[in-house]
Design a binder for this molecule. Structure first.
Ligand code: PLP
Length: 464
């Protein structure tokens, strides 16, 4: 195809119509049929099969779509496959995944009320529900950012802003300090590094859980000058490695008594607040100054989506709002501008898939779906406990199950992990616990059944 007969980029002509049908029918098939697990392939193989795709004349949408469907998409692990149990998988609901297409077609600028009021309204409805399940006040508010990493950073920037503001100039050049545990997600330490802040460690119990007494002890152990530097205490609502929820009430009280901002990172585990069987674990989260939960993890939204909620949004706004002549027109009225509540400006309405899914199915369906994954996690725990060759590392609280294979070396675990992915059985990568290589599975997909876990348990019986 030459440039002369290529479709015009911004015209919906006959050829564009055919392309639209092709893309929608690809999407339709992808929703209807669960593809195999798939997996990564070497770059030279992909280059050989895909060929030159970015050329002066273009290869045409039909050909590009074919390459995506036949070569590139199968080189991506199907994160929504029921046997994907690594890291934190993703399982968008049908409605959430489908509506993502509508958002792309509309291309709303969702940074300001002026440009995106309808989208911002709907996102705020979803945020209101997320505040309510945590028991945060009606006046809470926030924004959807790309992920937990961005959410933690933005929350901590707001926390530091409040600390400096309260110090009325005394701490403008003081290096701040964040108090948290080693079992907090790596993004907390990364946020500290980005902000040039220090991290003070809180001791944890043998499951990696932080409680109020240890948070108080860590604060009390600081030199007075260091205690002055503490601007935030971060607790975890479901650690990534083992899914253990910190003592949120106790840690929150310790933070408040120290005059520090209390942030709860519930990126993975926060979804369990919709489950009556687990909600008590989150007692105290309603007192947080900020909290995050990733809808792209266990709330059935596609990537990328993290909900960031603040108890007092005006503080976050003061910390994050960008000032410029060209932004003034959208800042004149006292309206809700999502850009003002995190470290970003332009943004996609990435909260809308969650909103549409909540509106479609109702919050009861969320409760039931999360409970379903918890039941399967309990069945997985029983399968592991009752097998002779496996051993639980600890009793799970949420949907992460950590276990060891008796007698295996680190190499055995990695060899097995490669093999089960290649064989299309499951995607499970090793992790470590107190220096020992072990396995963990994380169940967030309501389509994951006990039989998927049973197949994993069986495949661990023989040599890797
Ligand atoms: C996954 C996770 C994060 C990071 O979230 P991303 O969306 O991957 O950036 C942060 N904290 C916890 C507890 C997590 O589980």
């Amino acid at each position: 195809m030459t440039a002369a007969n290529a479709p015009l980029m911004h015209h919906f002509d006959r050829r564009t119509k055919r392309l639209a049908k092709g893309i929608l029918s690809y999407a339709f098939d992808r929703w209807r049929e669960q593809p195999p697990l798939d997996g990564p392939r070497p770059e030279p193989d992909l280059r050989a099969e895909a060929g030159e795709t970015v050329t002066a004349a273009g290869i045409g949408g039909a050909r590009a779509l074919e390459i995506w469907r036949d070569v590139l998409a199968p080189a991506c692990i199907s994160a929504d496959h029921p046997a994907v149990l690594s890291y934190v998988p993703a399982a968008p609901s049908e409605a959430a995944s489908m509506f993502d297409i509508a958002i792309s077609a509309t291309n709303v600028f969702a940074g300001s009320w002026q440009e995106g009021s309808g989208a911002v309204f709907a996102e705020n409805e979803a945020l209101r529900w997320l505040a309510s399940i945590a028991g945060m006040p009606e006046t809470s508010g926030g924004v959807f950012v790309s992920g937990g990493t961005a959410g933690n950073l933005s929350a901590l920037i707001a926390a530091r802003w409040r600390w400096r503001q309260r110090a009325a100039g005394r701490h403008d050049r003081t290096r701040g300090m964040i108090v948290t545990s080693q079992t907090a997600h790596s993004s907390v330490a990364k946020a500290a590094a980005v902000m040039d802040a220090d991290v003070a460690d809180v001791a944890v119990d043998d499951r990696g859980r932080m409680d109020g007494a240890s948070a108080r002890a860590a604060l009390a152990a600081l030199a007075p000058a260091d205690r002055e530097r503490v601007f935030a205490v971060v607790a975890t609502g479901g650690t990534t490695n083992v899914g253990i929820v910190d003592d949120l009430r106790g840690v929150g009280e310790a933070a408040r008594d120290a005059g520090a901002w209390f942030h709860v990172d519930a990126a993975y585990g926060g979804a369990a607040m919709v489950a009556p069987s687990r909600v008590a674990l989150f007692d105290g989260i309603g007192e947080a100054d900020s909290y995050i939960v990733d809808p792209h993890k266990w709330l059935f939204a596609p990537f990328d989506s993290c909900a960031l909620l603040y108890r007092e949004p005006s503080l976050a706004r003061a910390a994050h709002m960008q000032q410029a002549a060209y932004l003034e027109p959208q800042q004149l009225a006292d309206e809700w501008n999502p850009s003002d509540y995190a470290h970003h400006l332009s943004r996609r309405a990435r909260g809308l898939p969650l909103w549409f899914s909540l509106a479609t199915y109702g919050t009861d369906a969320y409760r039931d779906a999360v409970e379903t994954t918890l039941r399967v996690s309990e069945q997985a725990t029983e399968l592991i406990r009752s097998s002779g060759h496996l051993e639980l590392v600890m009793e799970p609280q949420l949907s992460v199950v950590m276990f060891r294979r008796r007698g295996w070396s680190t190499e055995d675990y990695y060899r097995w992990s490669d093999r089960v992915l290649r064989d299309g059985v499951a995607f499970i990568v090793p992790t470590s616990w107190k220096g020992e290589t072990v396995l963990r599975i994380c169940i967030v997909n309501p389509m994951t059944e006990a039989r998927h876990i049973a197949a994993v348990v069986d495949s661990l019986a023989t040599a890797p």
